[in-house]
Design a protein around this ligand. Structure first.
Ligand code: NAP
Length: 313
């Protein structure tokens, strides 16, 4: 990308899209175009075609998606599949038809099989059954990354995809059914501290292992890949480091300054025992994450406090 290349970031008000805009701006890219959801509904094919014909962006980061947690996914399987699939197909197809030089598609690690080897390499895609709870979302994401691959193979385009692990950071969305584990913990412990509660009870036994990437690091990788990677296989985005939910919980409590007791309700489900991405591909390309978890949690907590809407709920 040149500094004045026309770059469209789809989903720029979301957690990932806003981080990509911050990173592009930080690196001096000065011709970024955006549209809010209400200005351009990406599920409307005619509107998307019109937008691309008119703007003809040279580069596209596709970070718009209908996103949600387990409950939201389970309750709306059809909506998750329909909206994500239509949105992706509209954007990728219109980009290609209007001469977009390179497109980067954002997916998620839930595209990998439920029983994938740990850490999960990119090559395990489509080698087994998916997790049932988010199958619809995962199938839509797999279709998007496969459509990029098929355009490359049939028409010689240079469209790539990236699959992030659990993300956290500014603009994370707080909603009881949609929030991500780290923001949910921040919210919980912040409330417990403010209300002076003596104990906080968490679900499960705290043993599952998880990986977390600060969203600004993901954005840095996205820009890096746009400039340095071409290929049909996706690229995993993570730190390659994992910790137990118990250790994560203690870290969040420490950052927030909550001094009460942490209890574990072992009658509640634990979820998958381990979920870690193999990040050797990104590492071999010369990229690595920068933000250590404790520092990132501090930044995410600051963002939470700076957003009174979230902190009050
Ligand atoms: N956050 C994570 O932990 C995580 C982890 C792995 C992968 N990812 C991937 O990263 C991508 C972005 O996720 P995110 O966390 O940034 O989600 P997000 O905060 O919910 O942002 C998604 C954005 O897309 C927009 N959007 C949704 N439907 C649209 C439509 N029909 N037309 C136009 N805009 C639309 C939303 O606008 P409205 O809010 O106005 O609808 C929102 O601004 C997704 O592909 C997701 O799978 C995220």
């Amino acid at each position: 990308m040149e500094k004045n290349s026309k770059i469209y970031v789809a989903g720029h008000r979301g957690m990932v899209g806003s981080a990509i805009v911050r990173e592009l701006t930080r690196q001096g890219y000065n011709n970024i175009i955006t549209r809010t959801h209400s200005q351009l509904d990406l599920t409307r094919q005619a509107a998307v075609e019109q937008f691309f014909e008119h703007e003809r962006p040279e580069y596209v980061f596709l970070a718009a998606a209908k996103v949600g947690g387990i409950v939201a996914n389970q309750n709306a399987l059809a909506d998750f599949m329909y909206q994500n699939m239509i949105l992706e197909m509209n954007v990728i197809h219109a980009a290609w038809q209007n001469g977009c030089k390179k497109l980067e598609f954002l997916g998620s690690s839930c595209i990998y099989p439920r029983l994938a080897p740990q850490p999960m390499p990119e090559s395990c895609l489509l080698t087994g059954s998916l997790e049932q709870t988010n199958e619809a979302y995962a199938l839509a994401k797999i279709s998007g990354l496969k459509y990029c691959e098929y355009l490359n193979r049939q028409y010689g385009t240079d469209y790539i995809s990236v699959m992030p692990t659990n993300l956290y950071g500014p603009n994370d969305n707080y909603h009881p059914e949609h929030s991500h584990v780290l923001l949910a913990l921040i919210h919980r412990f912040h409330e417990a501290k403010v209300e002076g509660r003596a104990e906080v009870t968490c679900w499960g036994d705290g043993s599952p292992l998880r990986e977390f990437l600060y969203v600004d690091d993901l954005a840095n990788l996205c820009v890096f890949l746009m400039n340095n990677y071409s290929g049909n296989e996706t690229v995993n985005a993570g730190t390659g480091k994992e910790l137990t939910i118990k250790a994560l919980t203690e870290l969040v409590a420490k950052v927030i300054g909550y001094e009460g007791r942490i209890l574990w309700d072992t009658t509640r489900p634990n979820g998958t025992p381990r979920k870690l991405l193999d990040v050797s591909k990104a590492t071999n390309l010369g990229w690595t994450y920068r933000t250590e978890l404790e520092d990132g949690i501090r930044l995410a907590y600051q963002d939470f406090l700076n957003n009174p809407m979230r902190a009050e709920r």
